[in-house]
Design a protein around this ligand. Structure first.
Ligand SMILES: [Zn+2]
Length: 182
């Protein structure tokens, strides 16, 4: 092989070419509805949210209570054993003051996503949610919070059945020190 590299050029298409029917086109509206299989653990979890309760799975070997629940313990490499209800209160493990919305609008009042260690679950075990009814300047790691639920008729079996977590007045605790369940 010698000389210049061989190139094969394509023919760029302009919108006008398409409109004039210079090339063959076909049009259809894709049907993109779909259903999402939640699986056993998250299915039950979402169902219980509708009832205004948080449910977890417990592994008897490592004695952990896991929320959100999972049917498999990744530490013990075995199935988890039982369902247990946990509280709808907890402790802020970490948080962020977010002055930009998901669609990149500037926000005057920040959204406050947070990981909340749930009471009754194992220390360090938490769920991601948002904080509400709180002065952003007063949010602290260790702040005690409680879920604020939608009224029952408005719940749909979604994590948004909890509107936000609001502070329990005057209470803080060290994270990772939640009382051992049972
Ligand atoms: Zn385990």
């Amino acid at each position: 092989m010698s000389g210049e590299p061989r190139t094969v050029r394509g023919t760029p298409l302009e919108l006008a070419d398409l409109k004039k029917g210079k090339v063959f086109t076909t049009a259809y509206v894709p049907k993109i509805q779909y259903a999402w299989d939640t699986g056993v653990a998250i299915g039950r979890y979402l169902e219980e949210l509708k009832n205004g309760r948080l449910i977890a799975r417990r592994c008897q070997r490592c004695q952990r209570t896991m929320v959100p629940p999972r049917m498999f313990c990744e530490r013990c490499f075995r199935s988890t054993d039982e369902w247990v209800y946990v509280q709808d209160t907890g402790t802020v493990n970490t948080f962020s003051l977010c002055y930009v919305s998901w669609d990149v609008r500037r926000l005057k009042t920040p959204e406050i996503p947070a990981v909340i260690e749930i009471d009754g679950a194992s220390p360090g075990m938490g769920i991601m949610h948002v904080l509400g009814k709180v002065n952003p300047k007063q949010v602290r790691v260790g702040m005690r919070v409680r879920a604020v639920w939608k009224p029952p008729p408005q719940r749909t079996g979604s994590i948004t059945d909890i509107l936000y977590f609001a502070p329990i007045k005057g209470k803080t605790t060290k994270v990772g020190t939640a009382k051992k369940p049972r």
